[in-house]
Design a protein around this ligand. Structure first.
Ligand code: PLP
Length: 358
């Protein structure tokens, strides 16, 4: 039976809302009216294999050739399209754990056989190249990780990514790095790992750190032959993109630094609230990070699913249960939407921790 659903996505769409919503993953919505200028709108455009100005804007931002850019509806479609282009049913794929469940769901759907490498909490959830090496099989075609890591927001530094690239190169495999959270590193933002070798394939979008999720402006960066193959496969799914969305995306790309800067103070305020909470509370623990819009908290006692459910029912506050990242003892909270909401949500979380029956 083919795997044809995502429990996480369904939960996120139907169960994650609350007045104090800590189940978010990206920053708050960017209001269209704040764009310094509006593009001249048109319904149709020359976008058979992507809209040139948008491909060029994405390419320029990342210092790559436009022939390496494949635009797609969000990182979700970029990931799926990249997997479907690169993999045959039965191919072995090595993926990090904890992991963003939609990656696993998409890989299952394309018929990949999955192996995992663990990111250990005691090691600060870091990627351990030896663990990746141990998970490799003779038919491994792809290694998959997120950077920043969802759910923990831990940054994988370039030397480690290079080592992973070397493991892939020796095995004749590729590395897919989902970088949708990378631009949450506000200072000395690392360059995309696409530059680390031809075996690197990168996916991202303007969704999480720019607050323009509704544009569904996502992309794959891949070497030109693979990019061409992805465009050809995309003919089966999307034919072409929604052109008004492309025009607006080009405008956002022109103002990208300003759009990103808008929510930086919110993320920073929320992180200081979170750090104070973690300093005070003994019922939870977390690896602290300098950057990122999510944090992954371990509940020291009791069942996370029950905790999350009663938190929502009693305190109108939502968090994402760790089961959706294959780490059931933890839960994820999100920063960067609204600091008043975040502070109140965290206050309610603290209250609930006190009342939580163990
Ligand atoms: C690691 C990761 N990749 C992709 C996505 C989906 O991004 P988009 O909304 O751009 O499809 C998410 C959203 O939570 C994510 O966490």
């Amino acid at each position: 039976m083919m795997h044809k659903h995502s429990d996480y996505m369904h939960w996120a769409k139907t169960m994650s809302r609350a007045r104090f919503n800590l189940a978010t993953s990206g920053v708050g919505a960017y209001p269209l009216g704040e764009l310094p200028s509006q593009p001249a709108m048109e319904i149709n455009g020359d976008n058979s294999y992507g809209y040139g100005p948008l491909k060029r804007a994405i390419a320029e931002r990342h210092g790559v050739d436009p022939d390496c850019v494949v635009t797609a509806a969000g990182t979700s479609m970029a990931n799926y399209l990249a997997f479907a282009t690169m993999l045959e049913p039965g191919d072995h794929v090595v993926i990090e754990r904890p992991t963003y469940q939609l990656l696993v769901d998409s890989l299952r759907y394309v018929g990949a056989s999955l192996g995992t490498f663990r990111r250990e909490e005691q090691a600060g959830w870091a990627v351990d190249p030896d663990a990746v090496r141990r998970a490799m099989r003779p038919n491994t075609k792809l290694i998959v990780l997120t950077n920043l890591h969802n759910p923990t927001s831990v940054l994988t530094p370039e030397p480690v990514l290079r080592e992973i690239g070397e493991i892939a190169r020796e095995a004749g495999a590729r590395v897919l790095v989902d970088e949708v959270y990378l631009d949450a590193v506000y200072r000395d933002t690392p360059r995309t790992s696409f530059h680390l070798g031809r075996q690197f394939v990168v996916t991202s979008s303007l969704t999480k750190i720019y607050g323009v999720s509704g544009l569904r402006c996502g992309w794959i960066l891949a070497e030109p032959d693979l990019a061409r193959a992805a465009w050809r496969l995309n003919d089966l799914f999307a034919a072409t993109s929604v052109h008004p969305g492309e025009l607006l995306s080009v405008e956002v790309m022109r103002n990208l630094d300003a759009v990103r800067a808008r929510t930086q103070p919110i993320v920073e305020t929320d992180r200081s609230v979170l750090d104070e909470f973690l300093d005070r509370e003994s019922g939870v623990s977390a690896v602290r990070t300098e950057w990122g819009t999510t944090a992954f908290l371990r509940l020291r006692h009791g069942n996370v699913d029950a905790f999350a459910e009663t938190l929502r029912a009693a305190h109108d506050t939502s968090v994402v249960p760790g089961i959706f990242f294959e780490e059931p003892g933890c839960f994820r909270i999100g920063m960067g939407v609204d600091s008043e909401m975040f502070a109140e949500g965290v206050r309610r979380l603290a209250l609930h921790l006190r009342n939580h029956v163990q």
